[in-house]
Design a protein around this ligand. Structure first.
Ligand code: TPP
Ligand code: DXP
Ligand code: MG
Length: 630
């Protein structure tokens, strides 16, 4: 059927310049409908993207991308940008294996500037681009869209600090929707709330039309406008406490974020300034889809859902998620030990701390998007006699490596780090796979590390970690566990001791975490071919079970290691080094299974395991081939 959508006629942002504001509003509705239709099947970051449709249309109407640069902080809100930059045709492959990324991706489009995915970095990248432009004598405009929660991240303030000093012309668009994943927290959130509620904003919102229409040729940035121009311009610059002005960055009054005309005019005003400006935009997260407007946290990042009801389509597995098992286990531990405090960096729900926060509000700490601060904060809490449990996704823990080393390992603090989303995470792709924590965890002196192979092991390992002195890292994958029975009473596991889950003497697979399941599958395949495979659930990454390694090397013809982490610097290499340093009578060949030295694309985890040859079939095939050579 012939489509009469404006969206179908947009092949590049230049086409937007031919549209009236009324047509752009129609286009915004069509884009929302497309986002909802597609994400109901693929899942994705629905509420963030629905909230900035008009903003993105206004940006692309005013800017001349790709010559001008439009950046996105995190980039989870960029679906409308993808739709108007030539990717409507592939939009249904959103976050799918081999399909379009859910985040900006330079290799996907010339309109995508930087990979983002991790919050609070876009002001730094934008400033770098602006400084390069100035050194090159360029004229491109540099604009970044950053959310209110991401702006509170430390790196953003580091960039603002330098930007204010350099006075480099660029525009920071603050997308203020009062939300992080949960409701936004922190002093900056409070300040922005005061700005939104202030009398000036209300007055400004009503008169922003005349203020902007009167904005003729402009001298310096909005500060001059505020100071030298008619009184009406003063409404563009917040009177009273001017946090950003004090840093040398002109900040507008909050602009209604779904009014395309106002947004275009405000952006033009900011782009003409000869210094840095911060365009404060007020939006509604989830705008235009009632279930998402009513529950923006649920629709921040969601799986496939029913459009009519907003209900998530149920998966096939009956096993509980690792996160939900942890959620109950940490509450049980905290009931026993009143010194336990739990820390999240703006990921309360994702890390399973919602129940803890309700039951122990005084012992629950949400730092906002501030992983470095959260990990250093934990060291202070530990030095003060508390028992911090820091819950951070593996990929985001990368931000706090120095605080792990200096503030915790060197100080030998009693802190437990629970790294959820360790291993391949699936649809979010390379910016979110947690594949480096084994490398960075095992290399730090004094840090112990464990990986549970099922949910019962997670319960035992949490209990064990809490009983140990010094920093301990636990890491477990996103998604369902194995559906085994949970222990009534958690046990303290013997340090550095593994457990054998399959007996065998031809081949040994020394497996860690979720790879135990894949290894058992490989053992079952090979058993049918007369090859007996020992599967050792190593449990401890550091210190690993050297006795089990020696026994395997002495008793088996082929030894394999299997980890869901980078092979380069991984635990497989550690075991190889240990065998080489202290060889038993004869050292058999060793195969290492893990993540190769490359960034892994998005896709369902089984697809990615198969692609990398670390699923049961892949492991069996490689073992079969090597074993046949012996
Ligand atoms: C370093 C880092 N920590 C945590 C996250 C997880 N995360 C993704 S989006 C988000 C909230 C972002 O809120 P905001 O910047 O206000 O954007 P909004 O979703 O409201 O548009 C968080 C915590 C991340 N991407 N990066
Ligand atoms: C964009 C971002 O960083 C988060 O929304 C992340 O996508 C959440 O991942 P989970 O879906 O695994 O909680
Ligand atoms: Mg927000």
């Amino acid at each position: 059927m012939e489509s009469h959508r404006i969206l179908d006629m947009i092949s590049s942002p230049a086409d937007l310049k031919l549209l009236t504001n009324e047509e752009l509003s129609i286009l915004a509705s069509e884009i929302r409908e497309q986002i909802i239709t597609t994400t109901s099947k693929t899942g994705g970051h629905v509420a963030p993207s629905l909230g900035v449709v008009e903003l993105i249309l206004a940006c692309h109407s005013v800017l001349d991308c790709p010559h001008d640069k439009l950046l996105f902080d995190v980039g989870h809100q960029s679906y409308a940008h993808k739709l108007v930059t030539g990717r409507l045709g592939e939009f249904d492959t959103l976050r799918q294996f081999g399909g379009m990324s859910g985040f900006p991706k330079a290799s996907e489009s010339e309109y995508d500037v930087h990979p983002s995915g991790h919050a609070s970095d876009s002001v730094s990248v934008a400033l770098g681009l602006a400084m390069a432009r100035d050194l090159n004598g360029g004229d491109e405009k540099i604009v970044t869209i950053i959310g209110d929660a991401s702006l509170s991240g430390g790196m953003a303030f580091e960039a603002l600090n330098q930007l204010g000093q350099l006075q480099t012309p660029m525009v920071i668009i603050l997308n203020d929707n009062e939300m992080s994943i949960s409701r936004n927290i922190g002093a900056l959130a409070r300040y922005l709330g005061e700005k939104r509620a202030s009398r000036e904003y209300t007055r400004t919102r009503d008169s922003v039309q005349s203020v902007l229409e009167a904005s003729g040729p402009l001298g310096r940035g909005l500060v001059d406008l505020g100071r030298n121009a008619k009184d009406s311009f003063k409404q563009m610059v917040i009177p009273g406490e001017m946090l950003f002005e004090k840093l040398g960055i002109t900040c507008t009054a909050p602009i209604p974020g779904h009014d395309i005309a106002a947004l275009k005019r405000a952006l033009r005003v900011c782009l003409k300034a000869d210094g840095p400006t911060l365009l404060h935009v007020v939006t509604k997260k989830g705008k235009g889809y009632e279930p998402a407007e009513e529950n923006p946290s649920k629709f921040h990042g969601i799986g496939p859902y029913d459009i009519a009801t907003g209900e998530v389509k149920k998966g096939s597995s009956s096993a509980p998620k690792y996160t939900s098992v942890f959620s109950k286990a940490i509450v049980a531990e905290a009931e026993r030990d009143h010194d336990i405090v739990a820390i999240t960096a703006a990921m309360k729900d994702g890390t399973g701390l919602a129940a803890f926060s309700e039951k122990f509000p005084k012992r629950f700490i949400d730092t906002g998007i501030a992983e470095e601060h959260a990990v250093a904060l934990a060291s202070g809490l530990a030095l003060g006699g508390k028992k911090p449990v820091v819950c951070i996704y593996s990929t985001f823990m990368q931000r706090a490596f120095d605080q792990l080393v200096i503030n915790n390992a060197l100080a030998n603090t009693n802190v437990v780090f629970c790294l959820d989303r360790a291993g391949l995470v699936g649809d979010d792709g390379p910016t979110h796979h947690g594949v480096f924590d084994i490398v960075y965890g095992r290399m730090v002196p004094g840090v112990r590390m464990m990986a549970p192979s099922d949910e019962a092991e997670l319960v035992h390992m949490l209990h064990t970690a809490l009983a140990l002195e010094g920093p301990v890292i636990l890491r477990w994958p996103r998604g369902e566990a194995r559906g085994v029975e949970l222990p009534a009473v958690p046990q303290v596991l013997e340090e550095g001791k593994s457990r054998t889950t399959r007996e065998g003497s031809d081949v040994a697979i020394l497996a860690f975490g979720r790879m135990v399941q894949e290894a058992e599958g490989a053992a079952d395949i090979l058993a049918k071919e007369g090859v007996s495979v020992r599967v050792v659930d190593m449990r401890w990454i550091k210190p690993f079970d050297e006795e089990a390694v020696r026994k395997a090397a002495l008793e088996c013809k082929l030894v394999c290691t299997a980890e869901e982490g980078a092979i380069e610097g991984g635990i497989g290499e550690g075991i190889l080094e240990a065998l080489a340093a202290n060889p038993p009578a004869q050292v058999p060949p060793v195969l290492t299974f893990g993540i190769p030295d490359e960034f892994v694309e998005q896709g369902k985890v089984p697809q990615l395991h198969h692609m990398l040859g670390i699923d049961s079939c892949g492991m069996a095939a490689r073992i079969r081939e090597k074993y046949a050579e012996l």
